[in-house]
Write a protein that binds this ligand. Structure first.
Ligand code: ZN
Length: 214
């Protein structure tokens, strides 16, 4: 069953066998942002509550090339593993979210500033006149509604993402932490996400100490 009142510019769905097993893919072009996105669906979700969900922002460097300066690729794999473990859930992969919405070229520009001037992920964006977070989670909310999901257990460390989805009418029954073990390569990035963007990353405390003001 699908909610046909949700309008996409274009949509198609098919089975997709992966290394983790068979998913249902729902590829759609969102009417509002014009991007093509994809949801990987496992099990029947229609009218289901407490569906395990990951809303994942595109990160070409991390997701495809396993870049170590962020934890995106590891989160993507861990989220899919958990969905398979539970036997039901959905991963929504949002395009156009590269670098929290600034785009791939701009993201690589921020890497230069991070490497050469020691700026963190926030200051390297703002010093280029770019927003810290320009992502819109509307497409994820719309596809979850299309799939008939009643409420979600959201795999995320970011309370702002919960607020954003709720603002689009998605009921969130729980937040499920998705903590990736820090490495020498991503610890500065993770610490900035904790201290500057408010992500809940308690596992960093033992590595770099608690965040200021905590
Ligand atoms: Zn990334």
């Amino acid at each position: 069953m699908r909610d046909q009142t949700v309008e996409f510019t274009d949509i198609a769905e098919a089975d997709l066998m992966t290394s983790r097993g068979k998913f249902r893919t729902v590829a759609f072009r969102d009417s509002a942002d014009g991007n093509e996105h994809i949801a990987l669906v496992l099990g029947e979700l229609w009218q289901q509550r407490d569906v395990l969900v990951r809303v994942h922002s595109e990160c070409v460097t991390g997701d495809i090339f396993s870049a170590r300066r962020c934890e995106c690729g590891d989160q993507l794999g861990a989220a899919l593993d958990r969905i398979v473990q539970r036997g039901r859930g959905v991963l929504v992969y949002l395009r156009g979210h590269e670098g929290r919405g600034i785009g791939l070229v701009a993201k690589v520009r921020t890497h230069v500033l991070q490497d050469e001037q020691g700026l963190d992920t926030v200051d390297s964006a703002t010093s280029l006149g770019l927003p810290v977070d320009a992502r819109d989670f509307g497409p994820a909310a719309r596809v979850l509604k299309y799939l008939g999901v009643r409420s979600v257990e959201l795999m995320s460390n970011n309370a702002d993402k919960m607020t954003a989805l709720e603002s689009y009418g998605i009921g969130i029954s729980a937040r499920v932490p998705l903590l990736i073990q820090p490495t020498d390569h991503n610890i500065r990035y993770l610490t900035a996400k904790r201290d500057r963007l408010g992500h809940d990353l308690p596992h960093l405390d033992s590595v770099v100490g608690g965040s200021a003001g905590k």
